[in-house]
Write a protein that binds this ligand. Structure first.
Ligand SMILES: *Cc1c(COP(=O)(O)O)cnc(C)c1O
Length: 228
C-alpha cells in the first residue's frame, strides 16, 4: 500500500470512529480530498484508492488539473472566488463552498442562467471572525440568505467554515457548534432556494471534532497527501 492509500484508510477509520462517538452514521460524512499543490499522479492515486470528490482552492489550479485527470471525480471549489473568475469554473464544479458576497452571487446567477440549471453553493461563514479569513459574520448570514433567495439559479445547500488553526483542536469545538446552530436557525426561516443539508467543516487538524459536531463534508489535504 502506498502512503496515500494508507493515509486514506486511517482517515476513513477516524471519520467512522468520530461519527459513531456522536451517534451519527459514517455515510453522513463525505470526504473532500483537498489537492492544492498536489501532483496529478498523487491525485490519481487518491482516486484509485476511493476518493470521489476533490477540492481545489484556486481557480487557475482547478482549471489546469481538471483537463489532466481523466477518471470521473467531482470537483469542488473551496477557496475564495472572484466574481470575474466564475466563468472558468461554473460548468466544471459540483459545489462552490465559498459564497460570501452578493456580487459573487450575482455573477453565479448569470452563469446558472447560461447552464440552464441552478449552481449549488455553500455560504462561507467566518465564525471566529479572523481577519485573515473570508466569510460572513454569523449575524450577517440570515440577511444575506434572504437576499440570495431572491436570485434565481443559486441553490444554497448549507454552510462552510474554517476554524482557526490550533494545537488543541478541542479549543475550536465551539466554532463548529456555532455553525451547526446557525444552520438550524436559518432552516426555520424557510428561505426560497435555501436548504441546510450540508455543513462543510473540519480539516486535517480538526476534522474529528468537526464530525462530532455534525460536519457532513470534511475538507482534508495534508492528512492525505502530506505536507506540501
Ligand atoms: C487547504 C484547505 C483545506 C485543507 O487543509 P489541510 O489542513 O491540509 O487539511 C481545507 N479547506 C480549505 C478552504 C483549504 O484552503
Amino acid at each position: 500500500m502506498g502512503h496515500i492509500e494508507k493515509n486514506l484508510d486511517r482517515l476513513q477509520q477516524e471519520i467512522h470512529a468520530a461519527a459513531h462517538r456522536s451517534g451519527r452514521k459514517p455515510e453522513e460524512v463525505r470526504l473532500i480530498a483537498v489537492t492544492k499543490n498536489v501532483s496529478i499522479a498523487s491525485i490519481e492515486e487518491a482516486i484509485a484508492a476511493g476518493v470521489t470528490t476533490v477540492g481545489e482552492n484556486r481557480v487557475q489550479e482547478l482549471k489546469n488539473k481538471i483537463h489532466q485527470i481523466h477518471t470521473p471525480v467531482q470537483w469542488h471549489m473551496i477557496g475564495t472566488l472572484q466574481s470575474n473568475k466564475v466563468k472558468y469554473i461554473y460548468d466544471k464544479v459540483d459545489l462552490i463552498h465559498s459564497l460570501d458576497r452578493i456580487s459573487l452571487a450575482m455573477a453565479i446567477q448569470k452563469y446558472a442562467r447560461l447552464l440552464g440549471r441552478p449552481i449549488s453553493c455553500l455560504v462561507e461563514v467566518n465564525v471566529a471572525q479572523e481577519d485573515s479569513k473570508e466569510g460572513l459574520k454569523v449575524e450577517e448570514v440570515p440577511a444575506f440568505l434572504r437576499q440570495v433567495s431572491q436570485l434565481e439559479g443559486i441553490a444554497v445547500q448549507g454552510l462552510m467554515t474554517m476554524a482557526p488553526y490550533t494545537e488543541k483542536p478541542e479549543e475550536v469545538r465551539w466554532v463548529f457548534q456555532r455553525l451547526r446552530e446557525l444552520s438550524h436557525e436559518v432552516t426555520e426561516s424557510n428561505f426560497n432556494g435555501v436548504t441546510m443539508k450540508e455543513l462543510s467543516m473540519g480539516m486535517s487538524n480538526d476534522f474529528k471534532i468537526a464530525v462530532e459536531e455534525g460536519s457532513t463534508m470534511v475538507r482534508v489535504g495534508t492528512a492525505i497527501f502530506g505536507e506540501p
